[in-house]
Design a protein around this ligand. Structure first.
Ligand SMILES: Cc1cc2nc3c(=O)[nH]c(=O)nc-3n(C[C@H](O)[C@H](O)[C@H](O)COP(=O)(O)O)c2cc1C
Length: 132
C-alpha cells in the first residue's frame, strides 16, 4: 500500500496500467492495482525473482511514497491467474475495452485467498483520514 504523491488523472492511471500489463505478460506476473482517494493497493503474484525486481522498481517510483509492505511470502493459490494487471475503474463504462478490466463488484467474489479478500475489503470500504 502506498500514497500517491500527486493526484493522478484517470488518463495517467490508464497509461500506468497498460504499461504494467505489457511488462507483466513478459515476466509472467499477475496481480491487481487499486487506486482510491489518493492511495494505492497493489497485489503482485508470480515467480520470486521477477517479482522482487518489479517491487524494487515500483518502490522507487516518485509518483507514490509512504510505501508499506503488508504481506510477503508464498501464496498457495493464485487469485489473479488470468490477470496480468487487473484494475477497476471509477468512471462507469470507460475502461471496459481494456485488458484487465474488472468490475469492482466481481473483485471480492473472484478472490480465493481469505487473507487477500480481507485486505481488499478493508481497502475498499475503510474510511481513511483524508490525505491532504
Ligand atoms: C503505485 C504504482 C504501482 C506500479 N505498479 C507497476 C507494476 O505492477 N508493473 C509495472 O510494470 N510498473 C508499475 N508501475 C510503474 C513503475 O513504477 C515504472 O514506472 C515502470 O516499471 C517503468 O520503469 P522504468 O521507468 O524504470 O523503465 C507502478 C507505479 C506506481 C506509482
Amino acid at each position: 500500500m502506498s500514497e500517491a504523491t500527486a493526484n493522478l488523472s484517470e488518463a495517467a492511471l490508464l497509461t500506468l496500467l497498460q504499461q504494467a500489463w505489457a511488462e507483466h505478460q513478459r515476466a509472467q506476473l499477475t496481480g491487481l492495482l487499486l487506486y482510491r482517494d489518493g492511495r494505492f493497493l497493489q497485489i503482485l503474484e508470480g515467480p520470486e525473482t521477477p517479482l522482487r525486481e518489479f517491487f524494487s522498481r515500483v518502490a522507487a517510483d516518485p509518483r507514490h511514497g509512504k510505501l508499506e509492505l503488508l504481506a510477503d511470502g508464498p501464496k498457495p493459490v493464485s487469485d489473479f491467474q488470468d490477470w496480468h494487471m487487473s484494475f477497476a475503474c471509477t468512471v462507469p463504462g470507460q475502461c471496459t475495452q481494456l485488458p484487465g478490466y474488472l468490475q469492482l463488484e466481481h473483485l471480492l467474489a473472484l478472490t480465493k485467498s481469505t487473507s487477500v479478500r480481507h485486505l481488499l475489503h478493508e481497502f475498499l470500504v475503510a474510511d481513511y483520514v483524508p490525505l491532504h
